[in-house]
Structure formats: structure tokens, C-alpha cells
Design a protein around this ligand. Sequence first.
Ligand code: BES
Ligand code: ZN
Length: 621
Amino acid sequence: MPILRYASFLFVLLACFACETNSTTDSSAASNSPTHPEDSHSFARPEEAVTKHLSLNLKVDFDQQTLEGYARYQIQNNGADSIYLDSKDIDIQRVTIGKEEQETAFEIGYPDQFKGTPLVIDIEPTTEIVTIYYKTDPVGAAAVDWLEPGQTADKKHPFLFTQGQAILTRTWIPCQDSPGIRITYDAEITVPKDLMAVMSASNPQQKNDTGVYRFEMKQPIPSYLIALAVGDLEFAPIGERTGIYAEPSVVASAAYEFADIEKMLEVAEALYGPYLWDRYDVIVLPPSFPFGGMENPRLTFATPTIIAGDRSLTALIAHELAHSWSGNLVTNATWNDFWLNEGFTVYFERRIMEAVYGKPYADMLALLGYQDLKADVADLPPVDTHLKLSLKDRDPDEGMTNVAYEKGAFFLQMLEEQVGREKFDAFSKQYFEAYRFKTIYTDEFVQYLRTNLLEPNQVDVNIEEWIYGPGIPANVPQVASAKFDQVDAQIKSFQQGAEATTLITTDWTPHEWLHFIRAIPTDTDLKRMNELDETFGLSQSGNAEILAAWFERSIRTGYSVNTIAEIEQFLVNIGRRKFLTPLYRALKETDQLSLAQAIYKKARPNYHSVSRNSMEVLLEI
Ligand code: BES
Ligand code: ZN
């Protein structure tokens, strides 16, 4: 890969110098923020020239595993003689400016481990159009997962999906890859004729016989939300504005599982105002998808592991839907402000779940979340338990902990309890309205919160401690759950020696099972583990959450000697990082690193780069 084809030694020096200056003086994305912290994860200099609209034209080549074509930008040019974009491992072939496509010079700067390379394009002070011809790298395009037919549900056709968040879009589209910069886009994607393409945009509902698909995203979005999936897809409607995309053999079970989406959408609108993205569809991807879900606008990308058959894992859909307000409408300005996306979304997710399934259900979710938070706070260095993070010179992925999600959500719940639900809801709605299609920094949010909620209600509360301090503040809301109390009673009697068959587990949802399984002490003896397994069939559960929790306990108690085949099968087939990390970590921490490495070696082709990177650090590969 000729990454440095155009980089001269002098330029490298200049670029490094420029980046240094950039990081201390850059006021970055347009915002009326009181302070303007730079986005340390992007080379873009939006105050000089900023992209406004993207026309993407790509051909998908499954044989070569490349995307090839061009990205044409309309830019807002403040009289600059160059425009800075982000790119990582992309083969830039040529660049032109203007409608007449006059060839222009460009340079690719010195690579940074996480950020990739600045792509610096010569423009004229009047230039408004820039076109970049490029090809992605089969291996280097970390956003893109190329799947063989054998890695799909139906095993007949290849599949492709992209994952942009946090800073991977630059590996398949040269772009100003900062969440503080919003663009509209249109796209023309050419795929093999028997496949269909879908994007985070207006979507087809049927295949056509040309293999050419056109898309439009009219609302301005940050680059991390540009997404593409290609495969043998079918569509099934759920409601007027909602539906499911999946491979033919999956679409019916997915449509059953997510039947409540329309209801969730109505509840969300009642809370925070109209849904501004027209349609809300979900695509169920193959199991290598590294996350539970990703809130690509108009089209949530989801793991197949939430199809449990009993609609028990749909909180994840509520979560991704909630991002249509928190995240997609109002966006974190930098990855240090990630909690503004995820904390709000978890809080909002639980409000949707409470409205659709009742408070006892939402309380179970909150308690499980609290357990996750406590575990992460115990593991993380104290600075990484602040809501506002410092991720400069680090992979922004490191901010993806339960702190942003759960500490963020409990902070908002604490505020709700301070002022009462009615006032807090009015405040939230007003916030989404005031910042719609904008980005926001943490400090700016704090200011907004003081002016619009705390001062008018004369509330004086420790928000500094919550946002800029470590750990879990003492005024964290206390969640109680009668359902979990009942589970606790069963845990107690089991630990006091009661036989598994005598435990009362009737009507337990997977959430109650999770609570039960998480409470199993690591010194439980194998006979008792076996008793639980025989009585409740845990190693054979059809619910991926239960399997993952049970296998983790199995490894830590040593019971996994009996179930290692099932564990290996799970690890080889599923690429969702949230499940992989605890299992590989448990193997490592029980002195089975070489076994973990051997399983990983088999499983690796089934993992997206996001999961591969995390597992290779964990497993010292
Ligand atoms: N936006 C996130 C996923 C993400 C975060 C991808 C950071 C890359 C970088 C998504 O909304 C999410 O939070 N997914 C969770 C869902 C869960 C909290 C319900 C997941 O995948 O586990
Ligand atoms: Zn999220």
C-alpha cells in the first residue's frame, strides 16, 4: 500500500508541526460552545474548509474485497488553499477540484497509530467541489467486514457490512471524520446482481436487476453514522414507518422478535418529540457484527444474538431507537463527550422499556446496569471513570465502558429525582429541540443544564463530582426490584444447600437468570454447577445473554472442563465483543491463556476488526 506515495520528508515534518499546533489552538467544529476543545481524533480543520455534502459512488467487489470509486464533496471554503481530511489505509488514486474536475495535488501525511493519516488536498480559495478517486484496502479497511457465504445465515452469498463508530469511517471513505462535523449525503452503490445494498439513508425494499442502488440522507449527520450493508437481503414491514431487513431464513423470526418497534417509536415520540428521520428500520446482520446494535440513522444495525425467540432482548432496539434523539440528533462533539450520547441513550432506553413493559421490567435492566457499572469502576483507572473523558493520543474505543453508559444514565436519573419527572422530561425535550442536528461538548451541556434546569428549580447538586470526578457518587439513585429480591431468595437457598430442583424459577425472564448466574460464587463446586446445568439446561440455552453469563461462571468455577466444546462453539460462531471479552478474560485469568489463544485462532476469521483488535490485546497476540 503506497500510503506515503506523495509524502516528502519535508512535508512529514511540516505535517507533524502542524498537528501539534492544531491540537493546542484548534477551535474545531462549529459550535457556540463556551470553550472549544479540539477533536484530538481528527486531522480535519473545519474552520479553514469544511465538508457539507458527500456524493459517494462505489462499486463493491467481493472477489478483490475492495470498494472502488469516488467521494465527491461540496465544501464550505473559508478562502483556504488546502482542505484536511482523514484517511486510513486507503489507496487515493487522484483528486480533482471543481465541476470541471481539474486535477489537483494532494499529500498524505505521517501516519498516527489511531488517527491514520491526514489527506491534505490543494484547493483554490474559491473551490467548492472536491472529488477523491480511491480504492479501499482488503485488509486495512478496518470498518469493513467481508464475509464468505459460510459466515452468513443462509450460507449461499457473501455479505458485507461497515462499522464506522468511532473513527473507522476514514478507512472506507476519505472524510472529515469528526463527530462535530455534519454532512448530508447521497450514494450510488453497485453490487453483484443477486445482492441488495442498504445504507443509513433512504433504502430500497426490494432487489432490482441492475445491481445499482441509490441512496439519500437529507438530514446532516456525523461521518461515524455513514454505513453500508450488502447481502442477500429481504425486507418485512412491521408498522407504517418500521420494518426489518435480514437474510431470507432470518427475516420472519426477526419480524416476530421486533414486533414492538412501532410501539417503542410512539412512546419515544411522546417523550421527546417527533421522530425526524422518516423511517426506522432494523437490519439483522451475521453473527460477526461486533456490537449488539449500532444506531445508523434510519437503519439500526443489529446482532442476530438478540433474536431469542421470546422478545426478551428488545431493550437493545429501544436503545438504538433512542439514539435517534440522543446521539444522532444531538451529537457528542468529541469522543471525550461520549457519555452525552450513551448515558442519555441508556436513560432514554429505560424510559421506553418502562412505558412499554412496565416499571418492574425497567428496574431489572437498571439493576443489571448498576452491577456492570460497579464491575467497570473496580477495574478501570480512576480517570477513566469520569463522565468527561481524556482520550487524547488513545483509541477512542477505550471510552466505551459502562461509565459512559451506566454512570451517565444514573446521573440523569439522579437529576430526574431531584426535580421530579415532569420537569426533567420537559427539560430533556427542550434540550433535544435546542440542539437538534447540532453537536455538544460536555462543558456546554453543564452550562445548559445549570441555566435551564438547576437554577430555575433552585437545585444545588454535585454535578461537578458526577461529571469531572471518579467513581460512583454517594447520591447514586437506589434501584429496588421485587423480582430480583425473589431471585436473591433463591440464590440464598441454593447457597445454603437447597437442591437445584427445589428452587422456584417459574416465569423467570432472562434478566432474572442473569442476576442469578452472576451471583454464583467462583468457588462453587463442580457437582453443584452440574446440578444447575442439568436442572435448568443452562449450557444449552437459546438465549445468548444467558449462555455468555453461564459460560463465564463455568470457566471461573472450573466447570468448563465439562462444557468447553459448547464454549468453543459459542466463541467461534459469535463475534459480539461484549460476549467475547468476559469469556476470553476468564480463560486467561484461570491460567488457560494458551487454550484461549487456540480457540481465538479458529475464531479469528469470524470476527470484525473491532473485536479482533480487542481480543489480540487481551490475549497478548
Ligand atoms: N453506539 C453504540 C455502539 C458503539 C459505541 C460502537 C462506540 C462503536 C463505538 C451502540 O448504540 C451501543 O451502545 N450498543 C450496545 C447496546 C446496548 C447498550 C443496549 C451494544 O452493542 O452492546
Ligand atoms: Zn448506544
